[in-house]
Design a protein around this ligand. Sequence first.
Ligand code: NAD
Length: 297
Amino acid sequence: MKIGFLGLGNMGGPMARNLLKAGHELVVFDVQAEAVAALVQAGAQAGASPGAIAASKVEVIVTMLPAAAHVRGVYLGADGLVANAAPGCLLIDCSTIDPFTAREVAAAAAQAGLALLDAPVSGGTGGAEAGTLTFMVGGDEAVFAQAKPLLAAMGRNIVHCGASGNGQVAKVANNMLLGISMAGVSEAMALGVALGMDPVTLAGIINTSSGRCWSSEVYNPWPGVVPTAPAARGYSGGFGTDLMLKDLGLATEAARLAKQPVPMGALAQQLYQGFSHAGHGRLDFSALVRNYQPEGA
Ligand code: NAD
């Protein structure tokens, strides 16, 4: 299949490579020339612009862009995908953006007779490289069925979440909970240690009791508890604090527009914002535990 791919960063680069590995023909675009050059070396063709890719007889176009403003620009501009894609071309946006923009861009595509799915992912750069991402997909069910085999070349769990925008809804709800649960586990671990508990014993109790969650079990923020967690390697790699902050911003902004109270989400956002402000935005988000540890711990 001939596929257009735009946005070849930490996530998009490996995702595009997995499509090449699955035998697809790729035409790629990124505003950074080095990102394009790396994919061309892997066997892709370079496209001149979003409009040029859309006009180049591709059957599907996948985008993996930083934020909503980039998605609007790439889809809705005069040289954008919607104005230039051939009828029948399927558009799939894998960027993490707010559900309102996702629905607005999908509506603009629909007006032009084009189907657009929102398909944000979880699984991080490791999942993008291994082709084991989870895709949360919003849009028409028949279009989802058409896209599923293609997404399977980049991911393992591919879930239809409902109408347009619902992929983004699932993503922001999950990540808001993740931000909250990591702050909660940090607070509980630090309290236990401050009161004299051994952290490994405490984590063992939590993980066989009702406080158990992914943040305590798989990704425990306390160093020495989970050997494979970022806490064991100085909080390098993993899911950056600034990316968590971005997702919490999307959740709280979507909540504001929906007039839905999210007091815990808003508090979590402020905790990560303070941590980023203190210069730790590039550390894995579980490093937030440092806020609860004594100086020099
Ligand atoms: P990134 O910054 O590494 O990559 C984004 C790429 O888009 C860059 O190469 C950039 O040059 C390119 N770009 C920007 N504007 C463009 C335009 N107008 N046209 C074409 N290309 C353009 O970001 P990433 O880590 O790959 O994340 C991409 C998306 O995936 C984000 O929405 C992010 O929130 C989401 N996400 C990231 C992770 C993660 O662990 N990195 C996990 C899940 C979801």
